[in-house]
Design a protein around this ligand. Structure first.
Ligand SMILES: [Zn+2]
Ligand SMILES: [Zn+2]
Length: 159
């Protein structure tokens, strides 16, 4: 048999592509939103377990809730995808990039209201490993940049 049957080729293609397809979207351990790799945060819990959160803000909210013991939080550098400790990250708050929140299409004035609801991932909080990376992003998306260790926390952001 000289020709490779098409079905065999298809099977090969399928097998080869499975690892990509099988990698299901990760979901936030805290709020169950889909995790976008560029803003993923990882919490190390008191018992040593590591769990993933959809973004630094969601992770911080979890840490803030009474009774939740979190040892460390690591975040993702939005520019490089590298992981770094939360304390060493430049944090950009309130930019127009809101990976966790799906914006409904803007229709017309009559469909606007419900938007003002509290959202645990808003205002957005995005981490960067470098000042320059954060500034490039800031110039395009706005927001307030905090150097490592200067982020005031969440209390003012609630409600
Ligand atoms: Zn979340
Ligand atoms: Zn989030």
């Amino acid at each position: 048999m000289r020709c490779v049957p098409i079905s065999f080729l298809l099977a090969v293609v399928l097998v080869v592509s499975i690892p990509g397809c099988a990698r299901q979207a990760e979901h936030c351990w805290v709020c169950e939103r889909e995790i976008h790799a560029s803003v993923r945060a990882t919490l190390t819990l008191a018992d040593g377990r590591k769990v993933h959160a959809c973004c630094p803000r969601c992770a911080l909210h979890y840490q803030e809730e009474p009774g939740n013991l979190v040892k460390t939080i690591s975040v993702t550098d939005y520019s490089s995808g590298r992981t770094l400790p939360f304390e060493r990250a430049f944090l950009l708050e309130g930019s127009d990039e809101t990976p966790c929140v799906h914006h409904p299409p803007v229709l017309d004035e009559t469909h606007m209201p419900m938007q003002a609801c509290y959202d645990r991932c808003m205002p957005s909080l995005i981490a960067f490993g470098t000042d320059s990376g954060a500034r490039v992003f800031l110039s395009e998306h706005g927001g307030t940049l905090y150097a490592p260790g200067t982020f005031p926390g969440l209390s003012s952001a609630n409600q």
